[in-house]
Design a protein around this ligand. Structure first.
Ligand SMILES: [Zn+2]
Length: 178
């Protein structure tokens, strides 16, 4: 018997996040839902070649992921990424610049999140890698300027992504809305 000045706490049932595939609590410690619904803007950049490549990935899509996974989506979508191993151009194909971009993240039910990485090959944007989110090496993420060799069409996509981000985020130091 617990002492009578202690309430029995809430019991929070777990569910399996389709992205990390772990059993996670339905609620966060602060009481908010730990199931975040994703819309397409959170899963892929609005570029026709990226949308087409995302549509070619087979498997049923999950619609909700856990909060930490949704944060990983925010962090990764539109991020510049360098080749695995940092040995210059890992694929060596002609016209392939070695800085790529994370163009899409897709939660595939029962199989985890697929991260789609794009490069420009001979002037054409192509999905060059599909990586499991749990296996993606975060050291590969990079800032513009820390490394050269970025194809102009890819840079244009990155700039458009930045412009959209800053159009929807109020500038720092702006007064709160009344
Ligand atoms: Zn998760």
């Amino acid at each position: 018997m617990p002492p009578n000045n202690i309430l029995e706490g809430p019991k929070v049932a777990p569910w399996t996040c389709p992205s990390c595939r772990e059993a996670v609590p339905r609620l966060l410690p602060n009481g908010q839902r730990n199931r975040i619904r994703l819309d397409s803007a959170q899963m892929r950049l609005p570029v026709p070649a990226i949308e087409a490549a995302a549509n070619r990935v087979p498997g049923p899509r999950a619609s909700e992921v856990c909060f930490p996974c949704s944060e990983a989506y925010r962090e990764l979508l539109g991020t510049l990424i360098r080749p695995p191993g940092e040995d210059g151009d890992a694929r060596g194909g002609p016209g392939l610049n070695d800085t790529g971009i994370v163009g899409a993240l897709l939660p595939i039910a029962g199989r985890g999140t697929r991260v789609l990485i794009f490069h420009v090959v001979n002037g054409v944007l192509q999905d060059t890698e599909i990586e499991d989110l749990r296996r993606l090496n975060p050291d590969r993420l990079t800032y513009p300027g820390t490394r050269g060799a970025i194809a102009p069409p890819l840079w244009a996509i990155y700039e458009q992504h930045l412009a959209q981000l800053h159009a929807t985020t109020p500038p720092e130091g702006s007064p709160p809305p009344k």
